[in-house]
Design a binder for this molecule. Structure first.
Ligand SMILES: O=C(O)CCC(=O)c1ccccc1C(=O)O
Ligand SMILES: [Mg+2]
Length: 343
């Protein structure tokens, strides 16, 4: 049986990016019950990254029909829409983990390894230099090891001024990351990267539009690592590896189509010498905690973009994986570890 329940959550602090402001998330909670297994998932589409809300709803309905006639494995295999597939895949993975009496991350990865926490970056929108510097400083005082800042909303000069203000406020030891969300041309990216290198920025996420893998490859080796994020919606990790286009790959389970695919992509990254980082599309608690388990299944994962729970005005259940001292405590109960599941 597949039970879906639609939800809508507002962001108390909307996230400003070069591709618009994210101020609400709408999706579906998913519960799968099959042969004694029961698991919870979440499908939260975001246009530009995944299928639309309507396509997601239709994908889930179709999966239910296929599962009734055939089985869940076939339904999952046929489901192409990534957010819908994520909902079903996470629910099946949680059911399996509970039946094995394991926390999800151990069921997804190494069953014998205990991981207590996952380091996270704070995520800051494209704000004025002083405000940004203050927020970055407060996050570092709270223990965050890395600060990620959105850029690409105005000119390069403004971006550099912002990042300089942040660097001055946090000092030398903190990892800075910027995310251009595909806003730059090759010339703008080169100019920005030269200035960001002088401010010791660790990496720039998605400097160029998604399709431009060979131009992205040409930006590497200039003192700031290159990360790809949006490109994963249309290119496989294998494509990125063969184009030599990234030092870091941002894995969003919702965009990749499920925790199973994210874990596999992380392994492919590691084999190619690329660092995997896990993040979400600002999902609600079920998918966010699912992504925490994906991150926990990756040995020695770098700080991940998973500290977004506090942006939501309301959530669907109590967060079993809160941020403390710059890291998320990984739930150790069987499955996701959500104590009072909403469905
Ligand atoms: O990665 C993070 O730090 C948080 C998530 C984030 O930035 C994000 C959230 C929603 C949509 C896109 C993005 C992005 O990484 O570009
Ligand atoms: Mg990004």
């Amino acid at each position: 049986m597949l039970d879906t329940q639609q939800f809508s959550v507002r962001l108390a602090s909307p996230l400003e990016t070069a591709r618009g402001t994210i101020d609400a998330r709408e999706g579906f909670l998913v519960r799968v019950e099959t042969e004694g297994l029961s698991g919870l998932g979440e499908a939260t589409p975001l246009v530009g990254w995944t299928e639309s809300y309507e396509e997601c709803r239709e994908g889930l309905a179709q999966a239910e029909r296929v599962a009734e006639e055939l089985d869940w494995g076939i339904a999952l295999g046929k489901l192409e829409a990534p957010a819908a597939r994520h909902g079903l895949s996470l629910a099946l993975a949680e059911g399996r983990a509970i039946s094995r009496d394991q926390p999800l991350y151990r069921s997804l990865g190494d069953a014998d390894r205990t991981v207590e926490s996952v380091p996270v970056n704070v995520t800051l929108g494209a704000d004025e230099p002083e405000a940004l510097a203050k927020r970055a400083r407060a996050a570092v005082d709270d223990g965050y090891p890395a600060v990620k800042i959105k850029v690409g909303t105005n000119g390069i000069e403004e971006d550099i001024e912002r990042i300089r203000a942040v660097r001055n406020a946090v000092g030398d030891g903190v990892e800075l990351r910027v995310d251009a969300n595909g806003a730059w041309t090759v010339d703008q990216a080169s100019e920005a990267i030269d200035a960001l290198a002088a401010l010791d920025v660790a990496y720039v996420e998605q400097p160029l539009p998604t399709a431009e893998l060979s131009s992205t490859a040409s930006l590497r080796g200039s003192g700031v690592d290159i990360a790809l994020d949006e490109s994963l919606a249309t290119h496989s990790v294998a494509d990125i590896i063969s184009a030599d286009a990234a030092d870091v790959i941002v894995l969003k389970p919702m965009v990749l189509g499920g925790p199973d695919r994210a874990v596999e992509a992380a392994q492919d990254c590691r084999e190619a010498g690329i660092d995997p980082v896990v993040s979400t599309t600002i999902d609600a608690v079920v998918a966010r905690v699912g992504a925490v388990h994906v991150a926990a299944s990756i040995p020695d994962v770098r700080a991940c973009g998973l500290a977004t729970g506090e942006r939501l005005a309301t959530d669907l259940a109590r967060d079993p994986a809160p941020v403390a001292d710059g890291a998320i405590t990984v739930p150790q109960r069987p499955g996701l570890g959500i104590e009072e599941p909403p469905i």
